[in-house]
Design a protein around this ligand. Sequence first.
Ligand SMILES: *[C@@H]1O[C@H](CO)[C@@H](O)[C@H](O)[C@H]1NC(C)=O
Ligand SMILES: *[C@@H]1O[C@H](CO)[C@@H](O)[C@H](O)[C@H]1NC(C)=O
Ligand SMILES: *[C@@H]1O[C@H](CO)[C@@H](O)[C@H](O)[C@H]1NC(C)=O
Ligand SMILES: [Cu+2]
Length: 183
Amino acid sequence: MHLTSLLGLLATATLAVSQSSTNTTGKLGDARPVRNNPVIGEVWVAKFDSPTVKGFVTAVANTVGVNYTIDVTGLPVDQGPFKYHVHLRPVPADGNCVDTAGHLDSYLRGDSPPCNSAAPQTCEVGDLSGKYGTVTGPSVVKSFNDPYSALNVINLGYIGNRGIVFHNGNSTRIACATLQKVG
Ligand SMILES: *[C@@H]1O[C@H](CO)[C@@H](O)[C@H](O)[C@H]1NC(C)=O
Ligand SMILES: *[C@@H]1O[C@H](CO)[C@@H](O)[C@H](O)[C@H]1NC(C)=O
Ligand SMILES: *[C@@H]1O[C@H](CO)[C@@H](O)[C@H](O)[C@H]1NC(C)=O
Ligand SMILES: [Cu+2]
């Protein structure tokens, strides 16, 4: 076989691999649903009490993943739609949302390309608004189950003691609070 056709074959093979892997987000593959949960019913709450945004994001361990409820007021009506994520770090004592670092991304996906909500297993675990929709101000009450979030510390996707962050339409972090165990 000529070297050029061999190279051509190799190039085709490489292209095929990269195309079929475009949906296999994350270096560790797709997110796996969190089952066999030993802490079903455990409740964690992030309490928002900034000058503008007040309320709660509640996370309850379910048989599969986590049930979230977002119940906040004070989102500036002219700054949405708002994104919200689980970030890696808790909010520090000075309240600086920047210090919550990046998104919880247990499967090492990165945030580009954007999350396809039709395939939530391919999204960053912490990209809740990417998977379940952005919200608008001033008030929101919204519940959903995320199969890929965990409240058992041994699981990938563990959200305990991490920051929940709301971003305005230009991605500025406008409010943040840490998920803490309440029961
Ligand atoms: C989670 O939400 C589902 C659907 O609403 C509900 O059936 C289930 O009881 C909830 N789990 C907990 C632990 O609250
Ligand atoms: C990506 O995943 C979605 C949802 O499962 C599917 O509809 C789509 O065909 C996939 N795209 C590719 C290129 O495999
Ligand atoms: C983002 O929006 C806020 C509120 O409208 C504004 O104060 C801020 O300057 C904007 N930041 C950028 C980088 O555009
Ligand atoms: Cu975020």
